[in-house]
Design a protein around this ligand. Structure first.
Ligand SMILES: *Cc1c(COP(=O)(O)O)cnc(C)c1O
Length: 401
């Protein structure tokens, strides 16, 4: 330590907003203010002995960016602080995180249970991909605790759910489901994208693993893809670390750097987007051309009490059902000027999508109705624009219906 070095304060003692600005920072010898971007594939060693030591683990340090990189490690550390997790591993996309979290735990002959209301690609992993490798899967109505109980088998290794669900923001009881699956020694993995790490803490509710598409609110400005897997040190070391090291769904250091900057402003963006989402949901609910609004922060939401218990705040997303089916939904979306038509979400720009013809197109009409996706449903991701401009835009949409 030189005379000018300052002892570091443990970031665990900081409040979340401070952690999101300072957590995980590993400054280089240049003392840069902003997180350094280590755009490097590999690392050089001082000696052959040191190289050997890195590979046995006796010498701490980086070897190759597929296994670890300083910028990626800063992002992982900051995410772990925010989530209150012992360990985190970043991945190239949200789907790489989901695939790794599930594939990393199972082998042929195992069984997986999942809630039916999943993001389209997650449904593919559970329903199509896992069975190709001899892992059977059962889909349940996530609200029905009896179905979770009935689906469990002695060989059930893990359970998977998303809450609030895409697209209709239905809320599942994470604590109750964790209890049930732990009864047969299985783990629970929660896709927490719609809640964001600020509104819901699945690990505190009993989940064993949390996954994010960092592409969404964590970047928050529509720039790059990313994902992250969080859990106990034992969970990550047993199921995730080696899988990522050997199969390579690793996050690019450049994307990790963008995501680190995203985390700095996450609380400000989420607070603003959630505030606007509540206003938009309340506005839409008062309109005669709207059959239904789905928003966890409104007392007319079917799981309002559960949402209040389990989540801080409503959501940055609103789902709505327009009277008049697909034709009315298309007329509404096409008349919008500020809100853009896009299947993405969590962006600074407000985005709207018609799930039944986009994200849920692959499903049969029956399967869509099973998860509440009707022809008149639209999913709105609320951005950072002025809420009054967004309400004016919704009025333009309604006038066209
Ligand atoms: C977007 C999304 C994913 C997939 O993330 P990518 O970064 O696009 O791979 C998984 N789950 C949910 C709930 C999502 O919204």
């Amino acid at each position: 330590m030189s005379a000018y070095d300052r002892p570091a304060i443990d970031a665990k003692t900081f409040r979340p907003r401070t952690q999101l600005v300072h957590g995980g920072v590993a400054r280089s010898g240049f003392g840069e203010t902003s997180e350094a971007l280590f755009l490097t594939q590999g690392f050089v060693y001082n000696s052959a002995e040191q190289a050997a030591g890195r590979f046995t683990g006796e010498d701490e340090g980086f070897q190759y960016s597929r296994f670890g990189n300083p910028t990626v490690a800063m992002f992982e550390e900051r995410m772990a602080l925010l989530e209150g997790a012992e360990a985190a591993r970043a991945t190239a996309t949200g789907m790489a995180a989901v695939t790794t979290a599930l594939m990393g735990q199972v082998k042929a002959g195992d069984h997986v249970v999942a809630s039916r209301a999943l993001f389209g690609s997650c449904l593919y992993i559970v329903q199509d991909l896992l069975p190709r490798f001899g892992v059977e899967s059962t889909l349940v109505d996530g609200h029905d605790l009896a179905q979770w109980k009935a689906a469990l088998r002695p060989n059930t290794k893990t359970a998977f759910l998303e809450s609030p669900t895409n697209p209709n923001l239905s809320v599942l009881d994470i604590a109750a489901i964790a209890d049930i699956v732990h009864g047969v020694g299985a783990t629970l993995v929660v896709d927490n994208v719609f809640a964001t790490p600020l509104m819901q803490k699945p690990l505190e509710l009993g989940a064993d693993c949390v996954v994010y598409s960092a592409t969404k609110h964590i970047d928050g400005q529509g720039r790059c893809l990313g994902g992250v897997i969080l859990g106990s040190k034992a969970f990550i070391e047993t199921h995730i670390q080696v899988y990522i090291r050997q199969t390579g769904p690793s996050l690019s250091p450049f994307n990790a750097w963008v995501l680190l900057k995203g985390l700095e402003t996450l609380p400000l963006r989420i607070a603003q987007q959630q505030d606007s989402a509540q206003k938009l949901a309340d506005f839409l609910a008062s309109e005669a051309k709207i059959a239904r609004v789905f928003y966890p922060g409104r007392p007319d939401h079917p799981q309002y009490e559960l949402a209040r218990r389990q989540m801080k705040g409503g959501s940055t997303m609103v789902a709505l059902e327009i009277k008049g089916g697909q034709a009315a939904a298309f007329r509404f979306a096409n008349a919008l000027e500020v809100i853009k038509i896009s299947n993405n979400l969590g962006d600074a720009k407000s985005l709207i999508t018609h799930p039944s013809t986009t994200t849920h197109q692959r499903l049969t009409e029956e399967a869509r109705l099973d998860v509440g996706v009707t022809q008149g449903m639209l999913r709105l991701s609320v951005g950072l624009e002025d809420a009054d401009d967004l309400i004016d835009d919704l009025k333009r949409g309604l006038a066209a219906v």
